[in-house]
Write a protein that binds this ligand. Structure first.
Ligand code: GAR
Length: 235
């Protein structure tokens, strides 16, 4: 898992915040992951935990599509995987209740939506306040929702990328943790642009997880010590 930009990336690939320095990682994070498709971001997270630079462990994967690529990767990587099929649930709330139950036994600190292609309900968001992270293949707030890569191509943008953000009730609208840009090159189609974005996502997501954990730590510390920060010396 490269911690810095890859020299083989085309000009225009930039990650922000820069990958170095990473926030201090004071304890091993317990991570849950949700995936619907190929699962390459899930695997990148597992690799970042096992090989660095992320101090964490992926304890549980949940998938909603039987036989999806993520499920096969979990088997190969030895990560427990539970199927929570949205077709078996009557509402988003019910589906999200099943997701909460799937993560409950392992007591996860953070849950990462790594290619989760369902809208989540307030039930899941409030179960993991400031602890639910999503990765989206566009420079949000541009092109939220489905087919972000196709939307970017149709709009004729020359720069695209990906965004990792905390999840709130706005579609792809929560506080941004980190972003990476990629150029849109002449002749690009959905596949070529998505592949370029994917490479950046695999680096960005582990950093975003570390940033979300640091944010939580800062908030907890501020709540424990509510005294205002010292002002400039008087006189
Ligand atoms: C990723 O590009 C991710 O950003 C996108 O799905 C892909 C999953 O790839 N997510 C969304 O579009 C969510 N709105 P992966 O299964 O190989 O990780």
């Amino acid at each position: 898992m490269p911690a810095s930009p890859d020299p083989s990336d085309p000009p225009g690939c930039v990650q922000w915040p820069l990958p170095q320095p990473w926030p201090p990682q004071t304890s091993e994070l317990r991570l849950g992951v949700m995936a619907s498709g190929e699962g390459s971001n899930f695997e990148a997270l597992v690799a970042a935990c096992r090989e660095g630079p992320l101090r964490g462990r992926v304890l549980q994967l949940v998938v909603n599509n039987p036989g999806c690529g993520a499920q096969g990767r979990a088997e190969r990587l030895g990560i427990p995987c539970e199927l929570v099929d949205h077709r078996q649930h009557r509402s988003r709330e019910q589906l999200d209740g099943a997701l909460i139950e799937a993560f409950a036994p392992c007591g996860v600190d953070l849950v990462v939506m790594a290619g989760w292609m369902r809208i989540v309900s307030p039930r899941l968001i409030s179960a993991f306040p400031s602890r639910l992270i999503n990765i989206h293949p566009s420079l949000l707030p541009s092109f939220p929702g489905l087919d972000a890569v196709g939307q970017a191509l149709a709009a004729g943008v020359t720069l695209s990328g990906c965004t990792a953000h905390l999840v709130n009730t706005d579609l792809d609208g929560g506080p941004i943790l980190a972003q990476a840009t990629v150029p849109v090159l002449p002749g690009d189609d959905r596949n070529s642009l998505a592949a370029r974005i994917h490479r950046q996502e695999h680096r960005l997501l582990p950093l975003a997880v570390a940033l979300a954990a640091a944010r939580l730590r800062d908030r907890t510390a501020a709540a424990a010590d509510p005294s205002p920060p010292a002002g400039p010396p008087s006189g």
